[in-house]
Design a binder for this molecule. Structure first.
Ligand SMILES: NC(=O)c1ccc[n+]([C@@H]2O[C@H](COP(=O)([O-])OP(=O)(O)OC[C@H]3O[C@@H](n4cnc5c(N)ncnc54)[C@H](OP(=O)(O)O)[C@@H]3O)[C@@H](O)[C@H]2O)c1
Length: 241
C-alpha cells in the first residue's frame, strides 16, 4: 500500500528530468497539497496543485528567490544533478568544478537555504538524491561529487537534528532516465525508485537503498579493503563515463 503525502508541500529540483517528473507525478498521486516543480526551464503541468518554479541550483540569487516564493515547503527533494560524458578525476579542473557546483554545492546550498523554511513547518524533510557511485571507486568527478554529498547529507542530519528535520540520502545504481541513456546496462525504473523514496520518507528512513546494486554495496562494507577494492576495480574495468 502506498504511503500518503497528505497535506504536504513538496519542492522537487530538476523536475523536468526522468526522476524529477516521477517525483512530481507520485507526489500528486499520494495526496500532496502543493508541489513546486523547480527546473531551469519550467514547463506546464496539468494539475492546479503543481507550481512551476524557475530554479538553477548553481545560482545563489535564484535559490534565495525560490525560498522566498516557496516559503511553505515541508519536503525538499534535491534531485537535480549532472553526469557529463567523458568525465574524469584527471580533469580538466573546470569540468570537475562544474560537476561539484551542481551535484555538491548546488545541492548543499538548496538544503541550507530551505532549512529555516523547514524548521518553521515543524522540521520537515530533505531528501538528497545521491548514487551508488558514491561507494564505487569510479574515476569520475560524478562519483566523487556524490560521495562528498553523501557525507554532507549525514552531516546535515546531525546539523539539523535540533530543528527535527528528517534528512534522507537515497542511493541507487542505474535508473532508466535520460541521464543514463548512453549506457546499455540493466536499469531500474524511475517509478520504482520514487515509490521507495516516498515510502521511506513516510516510514522515517534515513537512508534509502533503491536497487540491488546499492543494497549489495552496503552489505559488502565490512569486507577487507584488500578484497573489496580490487574486486570492484575488476568489475568496473570496462566502465566508460
Ligand atoms: N539515472 C541514473 O542512472 C541515476 C543513478 C543514480 C543517481 N541519479 C541521480 O538522480 C538525479 C536525477 O537524475 P535523472 O536520472 O532523472 O537525470 P535527468 O533526466 O538528466 O535529470 C536531471 C535533471 O537535473 C536538472 N539539472 C541539472 N543541472 C541543474 C541545475 N544546475 N539546476 C537545476 N536543475 C538542474 C536537469 O535540468 P535540465 O532539464 O534543465 O537539463 C534535469 O532535469 C540526479 O541527481 C542523478 O545524479 C541518477
Amino acid at each position: 500500500m502506498q504511503k500518503s503525502l497528505d497535506g504536504r508541500t513538496v519542492l522537487v529540483t530538476g523536475a523536468n528530468g526522468g526522476l524529477g517528473e516521477q517525483f512530481i507525478i507520485q507526489a500528486l498521486e499520494r495526496g500532496a497539497a502543493k508541489v513546486y516543480a523547480a527546473a531551469r526551464s519550467p514547463r506546464r503541468w496539468d494539475d492546479a496543485r503543481v507550481h512551476p518554479l524557475a530554479l538553477d541550483i548553481t545560482d545563489r540569487v535564484a535559490v534565495a528567490d525560490a525560498v522566498a516564493t516557496a516559503a511553505d515547503v515541508d519536503l525538499l527533494i534535491n534531485n537535480a544533478g549532472i553526469a557529463p560524458a567523458n568525465d574524469s578525476i584527471s580533469g580538466p579542473e573546470d569540468e570537475l568544478r562544474r560537476i561539484f557546483d551542481t551535484n555538491f554545492f548546488g545541492t548543499l546550498r538548496s538544503a541550507n537555504a530551505f532549512a529555516p523554511v523547514l524548521a518553521s513547518h515543524g522540521g520537515g524533510t530533505i531528501l538528497n538524491i545521491l548514487s551508488a557511485a558514491a561507494r564505487l571507486p569510479l574515476s569520475t568527478g560524478y562519483a566523487v561529487s556524490k560521495a562528498a554529498m553523501w557525507s554532507a547529507t549525514n552531516s546535515l542530519r546531525f546539523q539539523l537534528q535540533g530543528q527535527k528535520t528528517q534528512v534522507v540520502g537515497l542511493l541507487v545504481g542505474m535508473v532508466d532516465t535520460p541521464m543514463s541513456s548512453r549506457w546499455e546496462v540493466p536499469k531500474v525504473s524511475a517509478a520504482s525508485v520514487v515509490t521507495q523514496a516516498y515510502d521511506g520518507i513516510a516510514e522515517g528512513s534515513l537512508e534509502i537503498l533503491a536497487d540491488e546494486a546499492a543494497r549489495d554495496l552496503k552489505s559488502m562494507l565490512n569486507m577487507k579493503g584488500e578484497e573489496f577494492y580490487p574486486m570492484l576495480h575488476e568489475q568496473f574495468a570496462s566502465f566508460k563515463p
